[in-house]
Design a protein around this ligand. Structure first.
Ligand SMILES: Nc1ncnc2c1ncn2[C@@H]1O[C@H](COP(=O)(O)OP(=O)(O)O)[C@@H](O)[C@H]1O
Ligand SMILES: [Mg+2]
Length: 326
């Protein structure tokens, strides 16, 4: 990184872009979200301050939702790339169309911009998911673009970033297969936002919003069963709220197919003495919706289906006293 000119303070905040004061943007972004006020404030403050950010959290914890809402309300593009071994510098920067190069030789017009160049030119956010899976030379290309806010491409010339260009990276803290330990020079150039799972009430709100179902009973059971996968001793990584959304939707359809009625009770605790046909629909729904999402500890010697059945029994069948330790 020697010889890099740091121009990262030459950036625009939303006010400078003519999208109103930052509080106004925050208010509009918040209408897309259930909860997450604090994370929204911190992320918005960091990008408005011209900083690039890494968001560290497991899958399904609102990362894409937050970024999509911020860029939409800020009026700028959001470009996605997934960090993996194939994400070479040439893939994020771009390449010359080989057929056109044969006919016309290297030319600025036959250069196909990659997502980094597209984000710089359009003043968008480049969202690099699973940042820590990208090869080191790709990370260096990104760091150079972040610091210099321009990039020189052989036979094309120098591309200047518009002032709202940002790099936002994400990382799953539980992910340690095929990842590079990021060097301190990478960490030193990014702000960091740690994000975890929301509470049960917020997750019920998300499931309600995304499924448009009106059975509080089903929404509450889907959320409780999904949350139980995150604390079960045989599971190394449980399911995000995505699993609860799918459980509720699948159970709803399966209940219709089997002509099972879903209790409408808004009294969500405790989930005892519910009709047997309803709870067996929910069991089938979690097997479909959660078994591929939970990672069972290899030493636990059970299948995801067995673990999910135990979670289901604990939730619907065990007497509270029997569930208590001791
Ligand atoms: N705070 C939230 N408000 C509304 N919907 C949310 C929220 N968090 C997550 N979701 C929903 O849950 C799913 C996963 O969220 P997403 O933002 O894609 O997670 P991530 O990008 O962290 O993996 C999406 O369907 C999204 O709409
Ligand atoms: Mg995402």
């Amino acid at each position: 990184m020697t010889g890099v000119v740091d121009r990262s303070s030459e950036v625009a905040s939303p006010q400078a872009q003519g999208h109103g004061p930052i509080e106004e943007i925050r208010r509009r972004v918040a209408t897309h979200l259930v909860g997450r006020q604090r994370e929204l404030d911190l992320l918005l403050a960091a990008v408005a301050a011209g900083r690039d950010v890494v968001i560290e959290g497991p899958p399904g914890t609102s990362k894409s939702t937050l970024l999509g809402a911020i860029t939409q309300e800020w009026g700028i593009p959001l470009l996605f790339v997934e960090g993996n071994a194939d994400l070479t510098p040439a893939r994020i920067v771009g390449h010359h169309n080989p057929a056109q190069v044969l006919r016309e030789d290297y030319h600025e017009d036959n250069f196909v911009p990659g997502p980094l160049i597209a984000a710089m030119k359009s003043g968008g956010f480049l969202y690099v998911e699973e940042f820590n899976r990208a090869p080191e030379d790709t990370l260096n290309t990104l760091l150079t673009a972040m610091a210099e806010r321009r990039i020189t491409i052989p036979r094309v010339g120098t591309v200047e970033a518009l002032p709202t260009f940002r790099v936002v990276a994400s990382m799953n803290p539980y992910d340690n297969v095929g990842t590079t330990r990021l060097s301190t020079s990478v960490h030193d150039r990014l702000c960091r936002l740690a994000i975890g799972y929301q509470d049960a009430e917020a997750e019920r709100g998300i499931v309600r919003l995304r499924t448009l179902l009106d059975s509080e009973r089903l929404i509450s059971d889907a959320v409780a069963l999904t949350r139980a996968t995150r604390v079960h001793e045989a599971i190394t990584q449980g399911s995000s709220v995505r699993g609860a959304i799918d459980t509720a939707l699948v159970a709803h359809q399966l209940a219709a197919l089997r002509q099972v009625s879903i209790p409408s009770s808004s009294d969500i605790t405790p989930p005892r003495n519910l009709p047997e046909d309803y709870i067996s629909v929910v069991l089938e729904a979690i097997l479909v919706s959660l078994s591929g999402r939970v990672h069972v500890d290899e030493t636990a010697d059970s299948t995801p289906e067995q673990v999910l059945r135990t979670i289901w029994e604990d939730h619907f069948l065990l007497e509270p006293a029997a569930a208590a330790p001791g």
